[in-house]
Design a protein around this ligand. Structure first.
Ligand SMILES: [Zn+2]
Length: 350
């Protein structure tokens, strides 16, 4: 390397390092709360949240965020001019051009609003918008226990969401539906269950919480075994996990069957994306990594997925539980903002 190219390399490194120290804001817009966190680089300095029901418009809610952020910056002898970019994570399918919500389960009130424009109007800063599952996946890829440049996160709960990270960046797709794993078809029979979206046979109809309860009900009807689930007041995945922990065979079979559905979907994904890591996140983890039932669940997912997969995949693919909790949305949104700031910064360096 010549001395001049060496010094150019050094100054570029310094500039990149400066960009990494920039202040960014991560916002996680949910159905009932807006969480926001102020970050220097990827380091969370401060976090807060507001309840959306207290505001009659999105503008006024964002204005409240701005005031709160401004006050915090002041305590660090900073102001809004020190903020480089904002990342916004939100639930639902984003229209890739307008960055409004094209489809959503729980943000009906703000359907088709242009969130990026409204945030830009309030903060006068560049805004990067991404789906909340993509944000959580991005956060796991840089801060989780299983970090990887290529990673898939399935969020298991009422629905089955998904975030896909390829080469360190969220995969959004041509229509904003990249990573909508819950709506991949896993059952093609005539009597396949209907998904909440209206189409038959989707993973969510089998591995979302209502789908798991339906599996338990079907097994209760067909099984010869007595089950404590018959007398459960309200059947939920948690009640099923608790019954399985006490040795209930129908509950255990329900979890095993759910693992099979998820394992099949992951095997399909693995042959399209070939990720290093697939993580299972969300509230429905049947006890998670700290319990025997949680371990049985994830082992069941691996046992279904890996033998169906090409050797290179089955030897190397890690399937684990996600490790970041509630902050994953703001952490991922802030990291996405950091990527935007770096991109804009490197454009100006050139
Ligand atoms: Zn569906």
């Amino acid at each position: 390397m010549s001395p001049s190219s060496h010094s150019i390399g050094k100054s570029h490194e310094r500039a990149t390092e400066q960009l990494r120290q920039r202040w960014v804001l991560g916002i996680d817009l949910g159905g009932t709360t807006i969480k926001f966190g102020l970050f220097q680089g990827d380091h969370l300095i401060w976090r807060n949240h507001i309840r959306t029901e207290e505001f009659d418009s999105l503008d006024s809610a964002f204005e409240a965020c701005r005031q709160s952020v401004e006050e915090t910056l002041r305590t660090s002898s900073k102001d809004l001019t020190d903020l480089s970019a904002i990342g916004l994570a939100m639930a639902g399918v984003l229209d890739p051009k307008e960055e409004a919500l094209a489809e959503t389960a729980n943000l009906h009130r703000w359907h088709h609003l242009n969130f990026r424009q409204q945030l830009t109007d309030v903060f006068k800063k560049p805004v990067a918008v991404l789906n909340d599952a993509d944000a959580a996946a991005l956060a796991e890829s840089v801060h989780g226990l299983c970090r990887a440049e290529s990673l898939v996160l399935l969020t298991l709960g009422t629905g089955v969401g998904g975030g896909v990270i390829v080469n360190g960046r969220p995969l959004r797709g041509a229509n904003g539906c990249g990573g909508e794993i819950g709506h991949a078809t896993i059952q093609f029979d005539q009597d396949a269950r209907l998904c909440g979206c209206g189409f038959p046979g989707h993973l969510e109809a089998y591995a979302g919480s209502a789908g798991v309860v339906q599996t338990a009900n079907e097994l209760m009807q067909s099984s010869q075994d007595e089950s404590s689930l018959n007398s459960a007041k309200r059947l939920t995945p948690l009640a099923i996990a608790n019954a399985a922990a006490l040795g209930d065979r129908v509950a255990t079979q329900t979890i095993d069957q759910t693992a099979i559905y998820i394992g099949r979907a992951i095997s399909m994904l693995a042959h399209v994306l070939d990720p290093e890591v697939v993580l299972l996140g969300g509230a429905m983890n049947f006890g998670g990594p700290g319990t025997d039932i949680g371990k049985r669940f994830i082992e069941g997912v691996r046992a279904e997925c890996l033998p169906r997969s090409l050797t290179q995949i089955s030897r190397n693919l890690q399937i684990e539980f996600a490790t970041l909790g509630n902050d994953a949305g703001i952490v991922g949104a802030a990291h996405f903002a950091q990527q935007l700031a770096e991109q804009e910064g490197s454009d100006s360096i050139r």
